[in-house]
Design a binder for this molecule. Structure first.
Ligand code: ATP
Length: 230
């Protein structure tokens, strides 16, 4: 196996049941994602982008086929273990713990992933500040942060876990252009400087164009439609 490959879709089928009708989303989808690269999954609404991310994140299982993390089926690794230790997911809905402040949310994610660093709170605070939150915002109840600020807390949480695979659903959806640009650069640096694999679902052409590889879902398959030469 190519040691750069971190995530593989192998003959993946996925469908939803709509009453008696089976709605096929993925049909024999095959693709290998590599470390050190950024990917955008683009395409029409309803084509299956979020579904692909859900499967990649071990939140649901393929109906047929396998998803492999570093060559091992995530079903065999164990979905809970895989989600805790191997992958970070930034959801559109952020899924923050609302009774905690931003720093506590990040530290909590580190604890779940057994990340041990000295001065955890300061470490979390530094990541949040890098993403443009002020010290006061970091210590404010997350319910009192704006949508864009909450989104940055969700991204900080993913970064703090320090895993090799980061999945994001519309990470810049709620951000102004300047903050978006900063977030895009953060993802690029995570891949190019820290050798992570970053997979983003986005409707933003601008964001997609900044990623190394663009994929779309066409007739149930993951197809590469563009690759930037570096
Ligand atoms: N739980 C569900 N039950 C039935 N159908 C579903 C379910 N979840 C999603 N779908 C359908 O599956 C298709 C793919 O959904 P998905 O969310 O993956 O699309 P998407 O490409 O991410 O769309 P968007 O760009 O609008 O977010 C859609 O037609 C959607 O309505």
């Amino acid at each position: 196996m190519d040691e750069n490959v971190i995530l593989t879709f192998e003959h993946v089928d996925y469908y939803y049941q709509d009453g008696s009708r089976q709605v096929n989303i993925l049909k024999d989808a095959n693709y290998s994602f590599e470390k050190g690269k950024t990917y955008a999954i683009v395409g029409a609404s309803g084509s299956g982008k979020t579904t692909s991310l859900v499967l990649a994140g071990g939140l649901d299982k393929p109906k047929e086929g396998h998803i492999l993390y570093k060559g091992e089926d995530i079903a065999k690794i164990g979905f809970t273990k895989y989600r805790c230790l191997d992958v970070s997911i930034v959801f559109q809905s952020y899924n923050l713990i609302t009774y905690m402040n931003a720093v506590q949310n990040v530290v909590n994610a580190m604890d779940i992933a057994h990340i041990k660093v000295p001065h955890k709170n300061q470490y979390a605070l530094n990541i949040l500040k890098e993403l443009g939150l002020s010290e006061e915002e970091c210590k404010r109840d997350v319910r009192k942060l704006s949508g864009g600020q909450q989104q940055r807390v969700a991204i900080a949480r993913a970064m703090a876990k320090d895993v090799d695979l980061i999945l994001c659903d519309e990470p810049t959806g709620n951000l102004d252009p300047e903050t978006s640009q900063g977030i895009i650069q953060t993802f690029i640096d995570l891949a190019h400087l820290k050798n992570k694999c970053v997979i983003i679902v986005t409707h933003s052409k601008e964001f997609a164009n900044c990623m190394d590889i663009q994929l779309q879902i066409h007739q149930g398959k993951l197809e590469k439609i563009n690759e930037c030469s570096q």
